[in-house]
Write a protein that binds this ligand. Structure first.
Ligand SMILES: Nc1ncnc2c1ncn2[C@@H]1O[C@H](COP(=O)(O)OP(=O)(O)OP(=O)(O)O)[C@@H](O)[C@H]1O
Ligand SMILES: C[C@@](O)(CCO)CC(=O)[O-]
Ligand SMILES: [Mg+2]
Length: 320
């Protein structure tokens, strides 16, 4: 039997960091996916392969351990946690193919976790729905990382654009948002936990300055929600630029992120900002009609991905 599943990566359009303090956020699934294939094993070993990142390991699922055969570990922890939680230890072959750069702030860990869970549910013929899957995937991310916001796994499961309100209500945008964006990324990725802690310390030292900034980031996200609903791209671009400035204020930008953001704007992006935790990682640029120019400008120094937001969330099937 073969079970296959895929799930999209995500970018945060508005509200990273301020969301930690209860402010709203907007994130969306992008048309870059992680693909998992599970097959019966041909010997009595369980093997995990990720050819795109040159990784291979034999998994000892009962012990939650692995024997490294090739590459550097990391993403394997999510696969092992899923197996440890759900699998009956029969030997299987697992392959990960990914269009998503791993560890660059585009939610690769969530995409891999959601796809792995869905494929394994299919393999074992376990019924699931998106609600239970999003919940289980969040639990896996939390178990591996210690802390994780539910946003990444939610977006990877449901697809589409998601608005998380101040009282943590999730709203799915019902709007055509098929407009081109360019993502720039560095492989040097800030540690999310550390970045969140640094912002907290800055806020504690300078409450009168930083608290209003966090509130403004939330207000800006609410304006962005309206602009998205109206498909007012100039307004969305303007708000992205302001959001980037606020992220600079709270100290999460780096030379590389700023370089990508300003290279994008110089090449014609109508808005560009750091996306995710910062300290390295990714930027996102809104550039209708200027995709090639913006991609070329970013690619001079950094890596580029042309993306669109997609409504397609997790997808899975089984072949007998
Ligand atoms: N070349 C690699 N091979 C295997 N694992 C890797 C490699 N590079 C990074 N990793 C691991 O992949 C995981 C990526 O998860 P992480 O949550 O840090 O990034 P992300 O999901 O891509 O971005 P974010 O969560 O910030 O949106 C980490 O566990 C990291 O150790
Ligand atoms: C920085 C942060 O807001 C987003 C990281 O992708 C942290 C979080 O929400 O968990
Ligand atoms: Mg992640």
């Amino acid at each position: 039997m073969i079970a296959k599943a895929s799930a999209p990566a995500k970018t945060i359009l508005f509200g990273e960091h301020s969301v930690v303090y209860g402010e709203p956020a907007i994130a969306g699934a992008i048309n870059k996916r992680a693909f998992i294939t599970i097959k019966d094993s041909e010997d009595d070993r369980t093997i995990f392969r990720a050819p795109d990142i040159g990784f291979e390991a034999e998994l000892l699922t009962r012990e939650k351990k692995y024997i490294l055969l090739k590459g550097k570990p990391g993403i394997i922890r999510y696969i092992l946690e899923v197996l440890y939680t759900l699998h009956d230890h029969t030997p299987i072959d697992i392959t990960l193919n990914s269009q998503v750069p791993i560890g660059s702030g585009l939610g690769s860990s969530a995409a891999v976790t959601v796809a792995m869970l869905a494929a394994l549910y299919r393999y074992h013929n376990i019924r699931f729905n998106k609600k239970s899957l999003a919940h289980d995937a969040h639990m896996i991310e939390q178990a591996v990382q210690g802390v994780a916001s539910p946003l990444d796994t939610l977006v990877s499961t449901y697809g589409g654009l998601v608005y998380l309100s101040r009282n943590k209500k999730v709203e799915h945008f019902n709007v055509n948002f098929n407009v081109p964006f360019v993502v720039g990324y560095t492989t040097k990725h800030g540690n999310t936990g550390k970045m969140v802690k640094d912002v907290k310390n800055l806020k504690t030292r300078n409450p009168k300055i930083i608290n209003p900034v966090i509130t403004s980031m939330g207000n800006l996200t609410n304006y962005a929600k309206q602009a998205i609903l109206k498909r007012d791209f100039n307004k969305i671009g303007e708000l992205m630029n302001i959001n980037h400035g606020f992220l600079d204020v709270i100290g999460v930008n780096t030379l590389e992120l700023s370089r990508m953001v300003y290279n994008a704007r110089e090449a014609g992006a109508i808005g560009s900002k750091t996306t995710g935790a910062g300290g390295g990682g990714s930027i996102i640029a809104l550039c209708p009609g200027k995709v090639e120019e913006v991609a070329k400008a970013i690619a001079r120094d950094d890596n580029v991905l042309k993306i669109r937001f997609t409504r397609k969330g997790v997808s899975s099937r089984v072949y007998k």
